[in-house]
Design a protein around this ligand. Structure first.
Ligand SMILES: Cc1ncc(COP(=O)(O)O)c(C=O)c1O
Length: 460
């Protein structure tokens, strides 16, 4: 499927019959979608034969790279053995048991029980219901409010979208569900006051949680939810003062801590979960994406012994579950994916090599005239594009320059995502020095091409 005629036909059929996620449909229709046909290792190919280095691991997902035959074999073997069975009616199966055991081993100490779904949104919906159910079981039914952050992304279902803090997501389901509050996100570059150090800002952002708890009444608060590093919001890396202060506050008021590790889980920061990287003690961790490196959908929520204990101590049903909770093929693929990560030491390698290599590449561009800040942690990185480096002034019409830059990246054979005018990257864990060198070249070319397009808008 690589010749021009077929590409045109595929695009036309796509435009006629396929509604894409998070898309301005009019402009997609005008430009046509890029058809991706194949992947191998760190590269994908489009239908016109262009090879593209995937700096987003699919969508923060394909961490062991494309084309892994071992994963296909694990799926095949499980499909032949037992392609599907539910886990509803006092039934279980070996892959879900083995995966749950493995996740309990990898997760922080007290998190030992796993509930499954097929998407990050589902796992966060599960978290919301489970948190509120937990407080009912504990005899504190008034505790229903979940505090989250502005610009958080927890998914697109109505509940997870309400817990998330993105105004453009809320717009579609207005009014958003009640029972969610959103405080400032720990985004030093965008939110700090003049002269405020990252550490001072981190404390201020964390203390917004305490202020919100007191404003709504501690007796009404069920949980605080946060991505250890905000991903879709623009790879916002919290200052080191942030998470310890949040932990102090949730401990003080006895509320639950939900770490949404849909992006950060499975090694992205060089630990299996980012909660371990930041030394926080969540009561619940949601995961998805890289659990299977995206070869098949699987998500879940790992809960601590206290929450699991509350469920066990009551005869009530928890009326919640998905047909595909603990799907045997997805569990078998996840197990093999984790085995590959362990065999190839992909997680410690983030600390030893890939994380520092990404930081080094990004640092090369901090003095570029378009760049306000570069930042990274583990294998998550961002480049802020600004009209005025000195004052951090943004371009008019937020997102316009980010899209110009993203399109240049695509044409140059590299994928970085634009979050408004912040370019973000989350490479797969398998990159070698060759891919970091290639990324450095292509980022340099692309920033210059973008600069060329918007030079007239830059501060003198
Ligand atoms: C932190 C976080 N939580 C939840 C989700 C939702 O996951 P899904 O798209 O699988 O529903 C995402 C998706 O990007 C995410 O980044």
């Amino acid at each position: 499927m690589t010749n021009q005629y077929q590409t045109a036909q595929l695009r036309e059929l796509d435009a006629l019959h396929h509604l894409h996620p998070f898309t301005t449909h009019s402009s997609l229709r005008a430009s046509g979608a890029r058809v991706i046909v194949r992947g191998e290792g760190p590269y994908i190919w489009d239908s016109e034969g262009q090879r593209i280095l995937d700096g987003m691991a699919g969508l923060w997902t394909c961490d062991v790279g494309y084309g892994r035959k071992e994963l296909a074999q694990a799926a095949y073997d499980q499909m032949v053995e037992l392609p599907f069975y539910n886990t509803f009616f006092k039934t279980t199966h070996p892959p879900v048991i083995a995966l749950s055991r493995k996740l309990a081993e990898l997760a922080p100490d007290t998190l030992n029980q796993v509930f499954y779904g097929s998407s990050g949104s589902e796992s966060n919906d599960t978290a919301i219901r489970l948190i509120r159910h937990y407080w009912m079981l504990k005899g504190e039914p008034k505790r229903r409010i979940i505090i989250s952050r502005k610009n958080a992304y927890h998914g697109s279902t109505i509940a997870a979208g309400s817990m998330g803090g993105m105004a453009h997501v809320h717009k579609h389901s207005y009014p958003v569900y009640e029972g969610f509050r959103h405080i400032i996100d720990p985004y030093w570059y965008g939110e700090s006051e003049e002269g405020e150090s990252p550490e001072a800002f981190g404390l201020r952002a964390a203390r917004a949680l305490e202020e919100e708890i007191l404003a709504v009444g501690p007796e009404n608060v069920a949980a605080f939810a946060g991505e250890p590093v905000q991903g879709a919001g623009g790879v916002k890396i919290p200052p080191t003062s942030y998470w310890p202060e949040v932990q102090r506050i949730v401990d003080k008021y006895g509320i639950l801590l939900l770490a949404d590790e849909v992006i950060t889980g499975f090694g992205r920061l060089g630990t299996w979960f980012a909660s371990q990287y930041y030394g926080i003690r969540p009561n619940l961790i949601t995961f998805a994406k890289a659990a299977t490196s995206g070869y098949i959908p699987l998500s879940g929520i790992i809960v601590d012994d206290d929450i699991a204990g509350a469920l066990m101590a009551h005869d009530d049903d928890f009326h919640h579950g998905y047909t595909f909770s603990g799907h045997p093929v997805a569990c078998a693929v996840a197990l093999k994916n984790i085995e590959i990560m362990e065999q190839e030491r992909l997680v410690p390698r983030v600390k030893e090599f890939t994380g520092p290599a990404l930081a080094k590449v990004l640092a090369k561009f901090k003095d570029h005239p378009l760049v306000g800040e570069v930042r990274s942690v583990g294998l998550l990185g961002a480049i802020e594009l600004v009209a005025d480096k000195a004052t951090r002034r943004r371009f008019a019409d937020p997102g316009r320059v980010g899209l110009i830059c993203r399109d240049h990246f695509f044409r140059e054979g590299f994928i970085m995502r634009a979050v408004f005018d912040t370019m973000v990257t989350s490479p797969p864990l398998i990159w070698t020095q060759a891919q970091f060198d290639e990324a450095e070249q292509v980022i340099g070319r692309t920033l210059d091409l973008t600069l060329n397009d918007v030079a007239g808008e830059l501060a003198a």
